[in-house]
Design a protein around this ligand. Sequence first.
Ligand code: SF4
Length: 483
Amino acid sequence: MNRKKENYILPDQKLAARRSGKQADIERDMFHLGEDAAMLGQGKKYYIRTYGCQANVRDGETMAGMMELMGYTRTEIPEEGDVLIFNTCAVRAAAEERVLGEIGSLKPWKNAHKGKIIALCGCMAQEEAIVRRVLDSYRQVDLIFGTHNIHRLPDLLHRVSTSGERVVEVLSEEGKIIEDLPVKRTSSCKGYVNIMYGCNKFCTYCIVPYTRGRERSRQQEDIIREIAELKNEGAKEVILLGQNVNAYGKDLKIEDGFTKLLEAAAETGIERIRFYTSHPRDYSITTIEAMRKYPNIMPSLHLPVQSGNDEILRRMARGYSAGSYRKLVDEMKERIPDITFTTDLIVGFPGETDEQFRDTLDLVDYCRFDMAYSFVYSPREGTPAAKMEDSIPLEVKKERLQILNQKLSGHASANNAKYLGQRLKVLCEGRSKKNENMYAGYSEHNKLVNFSGPEGLEGEIVEVEITAVHSFSLDGKAVANPV
Ligand code: SF4
């Protein structure tokens, strides 16, 4: 059998690579297309499947931009693609197994189409155990690259295509931020804008600091320029992205950097600004004041709490107590009375007792969240929590999740009731997934609204009268176009 040669840079080889000057090469050629690479995609198609958070969505947009610069056109049908890119998430084990299942199912297709390329990237590619597993058991994967070298996609693809080698390039340390990569946005009415990369918090359950590296902030002027460009291109909304946006600028030694950035973003005059994800520990009162001062900073906040019990929060290394979280929510509600809150919650952290779980339910009752991403704890190899003793049976954890979700759904319904009969400004993002004859979009308070209206509302901010409310969405009809 004619086995492909393999060409790897694995995380543990990174320092050696740096010493040998390979890293300097990688950084120097950041994004260049020789003539060959620029012709690589002529007449060919690419498919990108993105999993996980908005940071991954934004990475997917960059990769799409690079693919199209190489001449590839996009397809939404995997089997039609000449290059299939799996842009993965490592936050939960179940999601990883799903990705591997999907890649596994492509084996017969790949065997029948030898020239096609399957690539694995994103956070899973930063996990050495996953890389080794894919190399050993998923030979249909031709290319593996990590979160720190997305800009290398054209060169890596060129190498796979021209040499027939299996290529792995995963850097364990983040390099400098690379600006001006091409981008193919998934939406013309709203744009994701990275403000920083990585995280320094090291919550004990979380793999992100290991897969995305330490905090690195983009320069404020680069961010503001990107927002202004989006506005000029017709976008109505920007979403500022970072694992912990409140830490923006700390590495650049900018005091209160996130608030300053938020204010500068608001001054661009873009109609809507949102930001994800906030950390309760770093939240500054000045940020709340900026939200109050600028009407184009939307009055909704995603503020992950994870647990309502102080001992669990301590073992998660979250750096705040349930009491200080409640106080923060109170302060925000006092300043912005109509603010809406969403959160993240983990059920069944190692050793969580019934009583500790009840503390989470109490906090949920207190904060009355509009929505929450709630999950049973998923151990991630290499994190401190994965080594903690855990005697709670899975059935108990699942039962707790059910109880929690019922509570969350009840609060969400009650919160939404007040919108019945109101007129809300909704950014129309396109056709509704629920009903093709309706539109879908988000209100200022980040409520999903499905609504009817005349043709041509896509991309506009529309006034919608709410005619029905549900736990996690609202129904309505357009009464004015556009606002
Ligand atoms: S703040 Fe904690 S949970 Fe969020 S990305 Fe950083 S380590 Fe993970």
